[in-house]
Design a protein around this ligand. Sequence first.
Ligand code: GDP
Ligand code: MN
Ligand code: MN
Length: 247
Amino acid sequence: MDPVCCHLVRGLPAIEEGDDLAAMVRERFPVQDGDVVCIASTVVSKAEGRARELEGYSPSARAEEIAGKLEKDPRFVEAVLEEAAEVLLDDPFLLVATKFGHIGVNAGIDRSNVSQGRILLLPVDPGASAERIRCGLGKECAVIVTDTCGRPFRCGVAGVAIGWAGVAPLRDWRGERDLEGRELEITLEAIADEIAGMANLLMGEGGDGTPAVVLRGLSLPKAGGRLFRPRELDVIRACLSSRDRRH
Ligand code: GDP
Ligand code: MN
Ligand code: MN
């Protein structure tokens, strides 16, 4: 097996609306066929003009109520509600399903690495963003849009994939054999999340200014599958919904 290498793309500037991220990465790193290019959702959002002034939001009564409970800015809560397809928890934090299917605290809206008084919404459709960046890179590569997220059951945040193109986010091990020759029956491995975790580790969370990481030497399945669990198969989500009804 070839060695697997990770490269941080250095020297990217502050990203502005309208910037061509693919061109900016290409200018700084010779992306090749087979590479996996990971880009932080933060910069995808900036390039796609997803920064908003908090002042632009007029909180609904529901936003005011939740904001009171959480001791948050009602305009921020309003922004989260506007990005949400469904609210799963509104106490002790706001956990929502976004319109594109990702479930995250505060709809993944960030206040770090954005200027004062502004917030940054996640891309409207990170899968489509990944596909556009892949086209712009002009190689047979994969693109993964990452975000740093908290996880249920585990402490600490980690990088996950919220959009992908040119790669299957899940590797299907079903039908393969284990060491004892037994057939694997259920294992779907979330490879795009595993890669996003590694990329996120290299990017850092602060002022490093390194939102792009290229992995080389991985052999990955090319297409198919989704990381967002269908609602009807999600028992934890069902528990949260029934908890909500009890209130
Ligand atoms: P998120 O995980 O997608 O929410 O992104 P983070 O805010 O954690 O940032 C990930 C990486 O991107 C960090 O190294 C940040 O310093 C970097 N970053 C964020 N915004 C910019 C930007 O506009 N330009 C550059 N060059 N880096 C940025
Ligand atoms: Mn984020
Ligand atoms: Mn991050």
